[in-house]
Ligand binder design. Structure first.
Ligand SMILES: C[S@@+](CC[C@H](N)C(=O)[O-])C[C@H]1O[C@@H](n2cnc3c(N)ncnc32)[C@H](O)[C@@H]1O
Length: 334
């Protein structure tokens, strides 16, 4: 490292002068040894003795995720990582691409420092199986996968390893909640830990039947009912909705079907259980609205009913060219 060498008694004045002239390299520490001081500079400077000597770099206090990973990853890699963050309560889940897996610990530690959350996990698989959960690998912080996530004032307790939950559906849940009227009887066919039922019942005086096949999801929903002050009521059922719903003795004003990969295979159940004039909030993965609209229309026709599509929207992107789409249909008997 290039340094200006000065006798110790001139060190402070020289340092101030070099700083004033913008010539001092602030990234290294000044060294004092024997009778001399060594001040880091970037270039040779007339009137000063310049020597080459090893200096200790200044400890930089990084301020953000990019700075924490500076020099390790490209700006684009850092940006892609940042947009992959899912924050669920005090847990952060990251998606680390294959080419950065050898730096996963560094990335996990940087995410812990940057987010100041309790635990950092990385996705180890896609969402899979009937219960729609994914494998996670613990990276940094505390290995505790239970947390309480806050959404629109609701408190949602869950274990990210045992149940499905996506914070990216928050806007959709609010939108559905806002379209619900007091007095509705609602069936959530695939409720998970109950974000739709809890957000709706906190804001509306409704009766909700919430079904899920994952016993852990229903266990957390039962806890979430206790954790939140509800205007409406929620009754939970654990099991396959096709079987559980056989016991229902009444119809519903609204049926929520958020199992986007397979909801279409349950449309016959929903169409059978919907009240005349009731709304089906149907979801699927698709690049268009046509497929879902046709599936909903066909299911209604098969049951001798009509459907008016009242709203279609893209909820979130799932992969390039594919969306989690929402289709709202108003079903009437012919
Ligand atoms: C995509 S998650 C949605 C959970 C919740 N609605 C949410 O927004 O967080 C789908 C849920 O459907 C449940 N499930 C899958 N097949 C089912 C079935 N046949 N009957 C009832 N629940 C089912 C899964 O266990 C999972 O919790």
């Amino acid at each position: 490292m290039k340094c200006v060498k000065v006798p110790l008694k001139q060190l402070n004045d020289t340092r101030l002068k070099l700083m004033e002239d913008g010539l001092m390299n602030m990234e290294y520490r000044i060294k004092a040894e024997d009778e001399f001081g060594y001040i880091p500079v970037d270039e040779d400077i007339d009137d000063y003795e310049i020597v080459d000597i090893d200096l200790i770099p200044m400890k930089k206090v990084p301020h953000n995720f990019s700075e924490l990973l500076e020099g390790e990853l490209t700006d684009e890699e850092i940006e892609n990582l940042r947009t992959s963050f899912d924050t669920i309560g005090d847990i952060v889940i990251l998606e680390i691409p294959d080419n950065l897996l050898d730096k996963k610990q560094l990335i996990g530690d940087a995410a812990l420092k940057f987010t100041k959350r309790k635990s950092i996990y990385m996705k180890k698989s896609a969402i899979k199986g009937t219960t729609r959960i994914r494998d996670l690998e613990f990276l940094s912080g505390v290995d505790d996968s239970v947390t309480i996530h806050k959404e629109h004032g609701a408190r949602l307790k869950l274990d990210v390893r045992q149940v499905y939950f996506s914070p990216r559906l928050a806007t959709e849940r609010k939108r559905v909640m806002e379209s619900v009227k007091d007095g509705e009887k609602i069936l959530d066919m695939f409720c998970g830990i109950g974000p739709f039922p809890i957000v709706i019942a906190r804001n509306r005086n409704v009766d909700i039947a919430a079904v899920d096949i994952n016993p852990e999801a229903i266990r957390y929903l039962d806890e979430n009912i206790e954790l939140n002050k509800l205007k409406g009521s929620i009754k939970t059922y654990c099991g396959d909705v096709r079987e559980v719903s056989e016991a229902f003795k009444f119809k519903f004003d609204r049926i929520i079907m958020n199992l986007p990969g397979l909801a279409y295979t349950f449309l016959d159940v929903a169409v059978d259980l919907i009240e005349d004039g009731g709304i089906i909030n149907y979801y699927e993965f698709s690049d268009t609205y046509e497929q879902g609209t046709k599936r909903l229309t066909d299911a209604c026709e098969n049951a001798g009913k009509n459907v008016e599509i009242i709203n279609c929207r893209k909820v979130k992107s799932t992969s390039p060219g594919e969306w989690h789409v929402a289709i709202d249909g108003k079903v009437t008997s012919e």
